[in-house]
Design a protein around this ligand. Structure first.
Ligand SMILES: [Zn+2]
Ligand SMILES: [Zn+2]
Length: 300
């Protein structure tokens, strides 16, 4: 089955991005991406017209419909930014409101799922907004962002907040089976620098029957993808649902993580590990270009 590279979180001038959808889509096509979800704040972008324009130009980028449902919660002390991406949604959904951080998040997730989409909680550490316990309590959650390219995402944690890798392990240990996305959350296509949320920083590579929204979202839902901000993988093989074999391009550090502990470390191009008695097994590949995250295998 072929692999397709895509970005699932990007903004345009339909909300707070600096460029219109056509400029943004052509940037990703020029950069060799196969698919893109334009996910503006509380606006669903309908890809139909832009998709036919791109095809007329001989471009191959496929557009997946979606939206960043953007809400917030305020207690006596501060405001929490609660952003949930909906993928494959069929109409604009917007904000919902609610009575607490997990209450608002659950409302957004439910709204996406009722609309036929899939939900991802975005950048949990942005404004220290979403704790792992909030995520663990959610029903029907399919994804969270293990990496978000926005400079205020704090993917690696802070003195007070765990890293997204740690959050993922805590969730899996609680039986919350979520897949991890790497995304750009790009807003800036005109100005460049580490202080700007520019494109090209985080992506997913999906193994799918064909490059259609239906096939790509089905593979995402099944965890047939990896997330990356640098390394490229040549093979991911799941054998009988009980072992993971990973092949990289070039020397890498391959780490296998079972129930939150690194159980196997390989320096090279091929890594193999069994689930054994663990409840989950995932892998992380590190090389000088960054990190790639392989989706967890969960004991049945
Ligand atoms: Zn956001
Ligand atoms: Zn965003």
């Amino acid at each position: 089955m072929p692999w397709f590279k895509g970005n699932l979180h990007t903004h345009t001038s339909l909300s707070d991005g600096d460029s219109p959808p056509g400029v943004v889509a052509r940037w990703y096509d020029d950069a060799g991406y196969d698919f893109l979800c334009i996910s503006d704040h509380n606006v669903r972008f309908d890809p139909v017209f832009l998709q036919s324009e791109l095809l007329d130009e001989g471009r191959r980028l496929h557009l997946i419909p979606g939206e960043e449902l953007t809400s917030w919660w305020q207690d006596d002390e501060r405001t929490y930014a609660l952003h949930v991406n909906g993928y494959g949604t069929s109409s604009s959904l917007g904000d919902v409101g609610g009575e607490s951080v997990p209450g608002v998040l659950q409302g957004l997730v439910d709204r996406i799922v009722e609309n036929g989409g899939m939900a991802s909680v975005n950048h949990p550490n942005f404004w220290s907004s979403v704790g792992w316990k909030d995520l663990a309590a959610l029903r029907q959650l399919q994804f969270f962002e293990v990496y978000n390219g926005h400079p205020l995402s704090y993917n690696d944690g802070t003195d007070d907040l765990p890293s997204m890798d740690t959050v993922w392990d805590l969730l899996l240990l609680q039986g919350q089976r979520v897949f991890g996305l790497a995304v750009d959350d790009a807003h800036y296509f005109q100005e460049w620098g580490t202080e700007f949320s520019n494109p090209g920083r985080g992506w997913v590579v999906v193994e799918a029957e064909e490059k259609t929204s239906a096939a790509l979202t089905a593979s995402l839902a099944a965890g047939r993808f990896y997330a990356s901000n640098g390394p490229e993988l040549s093979q991911i093989e799941v054998r009988s649902g009980e072992s993971l074999r990973i092949v990289t391009y070039g020397a890498s550090l391959i780490e296998f993580i079972a129930d939150g502990e690194v159980v196997e470390r390989v320096e090279g191009e091929i890594g193999f590990c069994r689930l054994r008695s663990a409840s989950s097994l995932r892998a992380r590949v590190v090389d000088p270009s960054g990190t790639a995250w392989v989706q967890p295998l969960v004991a049945m």
